[in-house]
Design a protein around this ligand. Structure first.
Ligand SMILES: Cc1ncc(COP(=O)(O)O)c(C=O)c1O
Length: 385
């Protein structure tokens, strides 16, 4: 057994319809583009709390996994919200207000606007943070089983909560209904139709994370493992690497919980497919049953494979990152935050998967630490501190 633990159960599927030589299409460029990325940077870089998130080399993991490098993009301290999500939801609030007003009456519009969003935690905190910053009202619809800690942190940001006895997908439907009935603006991180521009603004904001990675690296990674819920973040990562490196882009592998593998199912069937069941997983932010329409438009062509992983290794991986090592400071990583690292570890430790994904001793692997202790109580109970 290696120092980083045994191989847990996981599955990999290749995306047979995708490929590195496929072009970046007009439709894809209408969702994520270099011009729109500049616009997002203009707004997000102007927030006084902004700083780049760190890219950390996990030398101990590289050695153990028999690859050249494992790099961890640590989104755990973004804006004190402790997740990359703030780049999306909060940006979409500001983008909406900027688009709808002239500069002179932005604050008046902000004060008269209520934003509504469905969340299982992190997206809602991002929207609530944006609303608080902009001076708007915020209503968050969330499954009633979401932990007390997550609920409290939303309330602290001034959001009004509506608890719903259903899954995240049920909450999305309710948020849309409430927006229509009350004249509220819905900030959704998932697209169900082509006409709502907001989910693509959310993805565009996320892309800042990968644009930082490209600036922080001397040379591009060979493999990128990225976790997915509705796939918006994974699409932003995929889009950035595709637009930056073209057919020389890294191999892109989507990682999902075994119980919520909607990309996995979609790659398996060759079309956007639903994951049935209660979607229950410890990796709460990833408990989504359907890939966003906009994310699918990008992932179907430019992602190479999907993996599903079990909850079994989550707490152990969080604990290992929290330990100081000779090479790095301790890293605080939350449940969904460690998913891509778990995916990479499993892939590297399995000869058959190494072959499928062309991983060897020269591979430079990038993973995304997408959250820190966004639910501090749960974090403490899982790592035993
Ligand atoms: C911590 C964390 N990581 C990853 C994701 C996945 O992002 P997406 O739903 O855009 O795929 C989420 C979604 O909420 C999340 O909270």
């Amino acid at each position: 057994m290696s120092a980083l633990g045994h191989i847990a159960s996981f599955k990999v599927v290749r995306n047979k319809q995708g490929g590195r030589d496929l072009p970046w299409s007009k439709e894809q460029n209408s969702l994520l583009s270099t011009d729109r990325l500049s616009q997002a940077k203009q707004i997000i870089h102007s927030w006084e709390e902004f700083s780049k998130s760190p890219l950390i080399s996990l030398c101990d993991y590289a050695l153990d996994l028999d690859v050249l490098e494992v790099l961890y993009k640590d989104e755990g301290s973004r804006f004190g919200i402790n997740t990359f999500k703030v780049l999306g939801g909060a940006y979409a609030v500001f983008k909406y207000l900027q688009t709808e007003t002239t500069r002179a009456d932005t604050s008046e519009l902000a004060a008269n606007t209520t934003f509504v969003s469905a969340t299982d935690g992190n997206h809602g905190r991002s929207v609530a943070w944006g609303c608080q910053k902009a001076g708007s009202s915020c209503v968050i619809v969330l499954p009633d089983e979401v932990s007390l800690g997550r609920r409290k942190s939303l309330e602290l940001l001034g959001a009004k909560l509506i608890l719903h006895p259903g899954t995240f997908d049920d909450c999305v439907l309710l948020a849309s209904k409430l927006a229509k009935e009350n004249g509220w603006v819905e900030i959704s991180d998932t697209a169900h139709n082509e006409t709502d521009p907001i989910p693509s603004d959310v993805m565009q904001g996320y892309e800042i994370s990968s644009s930082e990675v490209v600036e922080q690296l001397h040379r591009p990674p060979t493999h990128v493992f990225v976790q997915a819920g509705v796939g918006g973040f994974a699409a932003s990562v995929t889009g950035h690497f595709k637009r930056t490196f073209g057919s020389k882009r890294p191999m892109i592998i989507i990682v999902e919980p075994m119980t919520a593998g909607c990309c996995f199912q979609s790659f398996q069937s060759g079309r956007r497919s639903r994951q049935e069941g209660d979607l229950e997983t410890l990796m709460g932010g990833l408990a989504c049953g359907e890939v966003s329409l906009f994310a699918w438009e990008i992932l179907k062509d430019h992602a190479d494979a999907a993996m599903v992983i079990s909850d079994d290794e989550v707490a152990e991986t969080m604990k290992l990152l929290a330990l100081e090592s000779a090479h790095r400071q301790p890293i605080v990583a939350g449940e969904a935050g460690v998913a891509s690292l778990i995916g990479a570890m499993n892939a590297c430790k399995c000869e058959e998967t190494r072959d499928i994904l062309k991983i060897d001793t020269t591979s430079r692997i990038l993973v995304y630490g997408t959250e820190a202790d966004t639910d501090p109580e749960l974090y403490k109970s899982l790592i035993g501190v």
